[in-house]
Design a protein around this ligand. Structure first.
Ligand SMILES: [Zn+2]
Ligand SMILES: [Zn+2]
Length: 430
C-alpha cells in the first residue's frame, strides 16, 4: 500500500507556530491532506513529550497511534476517520557552534522508533546542559556531529537528517552557515546520514548535483507551522505494512522500490532562489550573475546570492544529472492556492475555504484530488475551471517567477488573460 508521509513540521510548543497545533489538530489536518504517517515533531519538548507519552499507544513496527479516548473524532468531520494513520517520533534541533574557525548554524531532523529512545535521547541532551523547554525546536550549543553520535548511541535505528539543506542561514549547505560536504560536518559518522531534506528552497535535481547525494536519498517535508501547510512537501513509500523500520531500511539501503516518490513545492517560490537586489528590482539567474561578475548591473554592488548559485558553487555534476536509483518527484501547487486563482480571492477568504472543504468532503482528501482523481471526476465535483487548473498543474504548464533577495517567487497556474478566456466558456456551459 502507498503511504504518504510528512516527517517534519512544528507544534504549538515551537515559536511562530499556530497555538492550535496539538495532536488532535495534527490528526485532523493529516486526514484532510491525505497523509498516512505524520512526524510528531518537537519530541524534545518536555510538555509535548509528556502529552505524547500519555496519549500514544504503540502500533507496532516503531510507529504510534493516539489512544481512542483522546481522539475527538467530532473534529474530523469526514468518513476518513477509519483510514490508516500513524505517528512517527520526530523532532528538529538547531545546532549553533564553531568548527574550523567558523560559526556553524544548522538544523537537524531526528527520528526514533520508540518512546524509550526519545526519553533517553532527551535525557542525554539535558545532561549536556540543553534547555529543552525553551522551544519545540531547541537551540543546542553542540556540534551537529555530537548530536548525531548521541542519537546513534541511543538507537541503531536513529535517523539523523540535515534539515532544509540549502537555506542560507540554518543549513548544512547554507551559504552563510554550513559546510561544503556531509563529511566535513559529520566526519566518520557521515555514512550513517542516509538522507538530506530538500526544504522548500530546493528540489531533488538541485541536490542530485552534489557528490554527497549520489548514494543518499533526498526527502521532502512540509516544515509546516500551521495545519493548512502540512503535507505541502511529502514522501511516498510503498510498504507491505506501516513500519518505521521499513522506512529506515529504504533510506539506508537506497531502495527506490520502497521509497517511490517525493512531493515537491516549486523551489522558485522561495525568497532566495535566484540572485539579485530587492531594492534595485534586479533578479538574475546564476549564469547571468557570472557574466556580471557577481555585481548588480544597476548599483554595481555585489548581489545577494541565492540558493541556485550556492548549488552551482558546491555542485560536482552539471545541471540535469540524475544519480542511479532515485525516487521520482512531482511538483504540486496546494489546492487552496489553486482555488484562490480560480476564484480570484485569497486562500484564507471564506469563499475559498468553503470551496476547499466542500471539495474535500466530496473528493476524500487533498492528495487524492491533486494526484489521482481523473479530470472528468474533478469536473463533476468542482467545475470546468478547477478541472483545467489541476490538469495544467499536473502537466507543469505554469507561469513561474523565481524569488530573489528576500522577495518570494510566484507560481501561477494561469498566465495573464488565460483565466478570462476560460470563464465565458464555463458560463456558456451553465
Ligand atoms: Zn529548521
Ligand atoms: Zn543593486
Amino acid at each position: 500500500m502507498r503511504y504518504i508521509t510528512d516527517f517534519h513540521l512544528h507544534t504549538k510548543y515551537s515559536r511562530a507556530t499556530s497555538k492550535y497545533l496539538g495532536l488532535e489538530e495534527l490528526t485532523r489536518w493529516a486526514h484532510i491532506k491525505g497523509l498516512e504517517i505524520l512526524g510528531t515533531s518537537d519530541f524534545t519538548h518536555p510538555k509535548w513529550f509528556a502529552e505524547i507519552r500519555e496519549k500514544f499507544e504503540p502500533a507496532g513496527e516503531g510507529l504510534y497511534t493516539i489512544k481512542k479516548e483522546f481522539l475527538n473524532t467530532a473534529d474530523i468531520p469526514m468518513s476518513v476517520v477509519d483510514r490508516p494513520f500513524f505517528f512517527m517520533l520526530t523532532s528538529e534541533v538547531s545546532c549553533i557552534y564553531s568548527k574550523g574557525g567558523k560559526v556553524r548554524r544548522l538544523h537537524i531532523l531526528l527520528a526514533f522508533p520508540s518512546l524509550e529512545d526519545v526519553e533517553a535521547f532527551n535525557a542525554r541532551l539535558t545532561a549536556r546542559g540543553a534547555k529543552l523547554a525553551s522551544d519545540g525546536r531547541p537551540i543546542l550549543g553542540m556540534d551537529a556531529k555530537d548530536v548525531a553520535a548521541i542519537g546513534f548511541d541511543v538507537s541503531e535505528h536513529a535517523l539523523v537528517i540535515p534539515a532544509h539543506a540549502w537555506t542560507p542561514w540554518f543549513a548544512i549547505f547554507g551559504s552563510k552557515s554550513g559546510f561544503d560536504s556531509i563529511e566535513e560536518c559529520y566526519e566518520e559518522l557521515a555514512d550513517r546520514i542516509y538522507a538530506v531534506e530538500t526544504g522548500l528552497s530546493s528540489d531533488p535535481p538541485m541536490n542530485w548535483r552534489m557528490k554527497d547525494m549520489q548514494t543518499r536519498f533526498v526527502i521532502s517535508n512540509s516544515d509546516a507551522h500551521s495545519g493548512p501547510k502540512i503535507g505541502r512537501e511529502a514522501n511516498i513509500f510503498e510498504l507491505a505494512k506501516p513500519s518505521y523500520f521499513a522506512i529506515f531500511d529504504a533510506l539506508k539501503n537506497h531502495d527506490a522500490k520502497t521509497f517511490l516518490e517525493t512531493i515537491e513545492f516549486y523551489p522558485e517560490e522561495g525568497m532566495y532562489h535566484y540572485d539579485g537586489h530587492r531594492k534595485c528590482g534586479v533578479r538574475m539567474h546564476p549564469d547571468q550573475t557570472k557574466k556580471e561578475k557577481g555585481l548588480c548591473p544597476k548599483c554595481k554592488l555585489p548581489v545577494t546570492v541565492g540558493v541556485l548559485s550556492q548549488v552551482e558553487k558546491l555542485a560536482a555534476f552539471p545541471a540535469g544529472h540524475t544519480p542511479a536509483n532515485v525516487p521520482s518527484h512531482r511538483y504540486l501547487v496546494p489546492l487552496p492556492e489553486i482555488l484562490s486563482e480560480v476564484y480570484g480571492k485569497g486562500w484564507q477568504t471564506q469563499t475559498v475555504q468553503n470551496a476547499y472543504f466542500d471539495l474535500i468532503k466530496k473528493g476524500g482528501d487533498e492528495f487524492h484530488l491533486l494526484l489521482d482523481m481523473p479530470v472528468a471526476e474533478i469536473r463533476d465535483i468542482g467545475g470546468d475551471i478547477l478541472a483545467t487548473a489541476i490538469e495544467k498543474m499536473r502537466a507543469g504548464d505554469l507561469a513561474i517567477e523565481p524569488g530573489y533577495d528576500g522577495v518570494y517567487g510566484t507560481v501561477k497556474i494561469f498566465k495573464p488573460g488565460e483565466l478570462e478566456r476560460l470563464q465565458p466558456k464555463q458560463q456558456s456551459l451553465l
